[in-house]
Design a protein around this ligand. Sequence first.
Ligand code: OAD
Length: 251
Amino acid sequence: MTKVGLTTQIERARFLLTKAKRVAFLTGAGLSAESGVPTFRGGGNSLVWRSRPFAELSSAQLVREDPKLLWEWFDYRLGVLAKCQPNAAHHTIAQVGATGWFETVSVVTQNVDGLHTAAGSVGVIELHGNIRVARCTECSYQTEIEGLPDKVRPPECQECGAAMRPNVVLFGEFLDSQDLNRAQEIARSADVALVIGTSGLVYPANELPLITKSSGGKLIEINPEQTALTDLCDLSVRSSAAHAVPMIFEN
Ligand code: OAD
């Protein structure tokens, strides 16, 4: 395969988008990397805290067995996020949604950081939940973590008194079926899906690009590294998200 420079890759991405009516952004941790949010697998690193890998900490088992540790881990991540702002890629995606260039613009993310919404994107599907929200383990009560008493971990539900937990999908849990159905429909109807900053290793989010492709849509990957999805994509833009996304959509 002939290697082409970034300018050519950007031109090809713009060309693929010229006739698109329905555009989907399928995003992962790499999109927020330039905001200062650590990725899980980027660069071959694994997020480790107190010598325990994230997969062990972000597990459904911990909700039952050690909710205090689970909350300490999520409080640590919230602390990291408190210093992070949306970057140029989040802002461009929000602007693309607001301009009316395309018939529909949808954002489906694996990220729990809320940065798409903070940048102004509307109707974002957060497949893995939102780290700023807590939900009751017994009833349907949900609330922003910011409003909870700081010291009580796990916090108590204000409705029924049961323990609260972070409103994110943990290892060993299913995604919200409504969110997943909507995401699959978006992937199916997209003329072009931009797959940004994901290793493509986590199911079922990693099936969305496959759905787009098998429904006749085009796939543009934006990632500095080769991924499990690269071979499926019509084009790979080998650059960081905050650099490439604004270049693709600038007038
Ligand atoms: P990963 O951490 O698995 O992959 C991050 C990807 O981002 C890698 O392919 C990097 O090459 C790429 N990357 C790094 N910096 C980038 C940049 N500046 N611009 C663009 N790309 C960049 O992240 P995800 O695929 O999102 O789930 O991980 C999926 C899920 O794994 C997460 O949502 C999380 C974790 O288990 C849960 O916690 C449920």
